[in-house]
Ligand binder design. Sequence first.
Ligand SMILES: Nc1nc2c(ncn2[C@@H]2O[C@H](COP(=O)(O)OP(=O)(O)OP(=O)(O)O)[C@@H](O)[C@H]2O)c(=O)[nH]1
Ligand SMILES: [Mg+2]
Length: 334
Amino acid sequence: MQDLIEQARNGRPRAIARLITKVENSRSGAAKIVPALYKFTGQAHIVGITGAPGSGKSSLVNELAKALRRRDHKVAIVAVDPSSPFTGGALLGDRVRMRDLSGDKGIFIRSLASRGSLGGLSQATAAVIKVLDAAKFDTILVETVGAGQAEVDIAGAAHTTLVIEAPGMGDDVQSIKAGILEIADILVVNKADRPGAARTVRSLQTMLQLGQTMMVNHHGRSMQTASIAPNGSNDADNWEIPVQETVAIEGAGIEDLLDVILVHKDHLRATNGWLTQEKLRSRREIEALLQARFMERFQTAVSQDDRDQLITSVANRTTDPYTAVAEIFNQIKT
Ligand SMILES: Nc1nc2c(ncn2[C@@H]2O[C@H](COP(=O)(O)OP(=O)(O)OP(=O)(O)O)[C@@H](O)[C@H]2O)c(=O)[nH]1
Ligand SMILES: [Mg+2]
């Protein structure tokens, strides 16, 4: 395994792919590999790209990857598709990318599909990102469809989170999905060639202004209006969320978007934002692993029959959930 890690560190695609498969397929695989390479991680800039289905995430990631290559960054793309293990945008996106990006050793592309287990996909994603980080990719682009919990998860794993909007997908301030302010570092209005793009930009800007006058909660840090900087920043670290327009299919606005992404990276490095993000991510990861290991322990220590019996007892009021959990703890301890 040390040999495999050494080869991955030297940028050998087959070694990287093999390590990824190992950490992706099982927690025990990750438990062997992550400790061996963790000391090499923490270098890559992790950029999350999320947004509604069809907003153009894959097309944008494709263009961003090409722009990063032009600037000599080594780029890895992770396409996370929580909706389906077989079909969906991730695969479509990959086909687009294969045409433009194949044959370049400075780029590595991997799709991850749902394994069905709760929390499994975000844990697998976190482990895969570590392999790519250790393999010395400068930038790791992680695409997730903005469905349910997935976008929140990516914000937790990424240093810089892009939320992609497209015209005509709900332009009213009210209808723009709640929670964007909490996770977005950069808002992107893609398909700026479509009618209504200017209106979408205005709506987002209005929403950002409204956000300043309300209590906002950015990256899990709550703050009051009073702490908002006079220059209109909505973040304790003084980052003003920009709204960027792009036309991914024409490659328009990509260089500007990349500039802004790199400015955000520099901003994080210059303030203590980078460390804050790393700590937040580390905390979430520890908690998720604890939870997973605890559930494993519960399932091995208490038989399926006993678990069913406990559930029935709570359901028919023979006992209550608190007493049931106290009993489980007693069984696990012995
Ligand atoms: N007019 C226009 N179409 C675009 C633009 N960007 C992407 N598209 C098209 O929009 C469709 C969806 O693009 P994708 O990049 O697959 O979008 P996505 O967000 O990755 O989609 P999912 O992964 O399925 O959620 C494709 O047909 C693209 O060609 C754009 O800037 N303008
Ligand atoms: Mg896609």
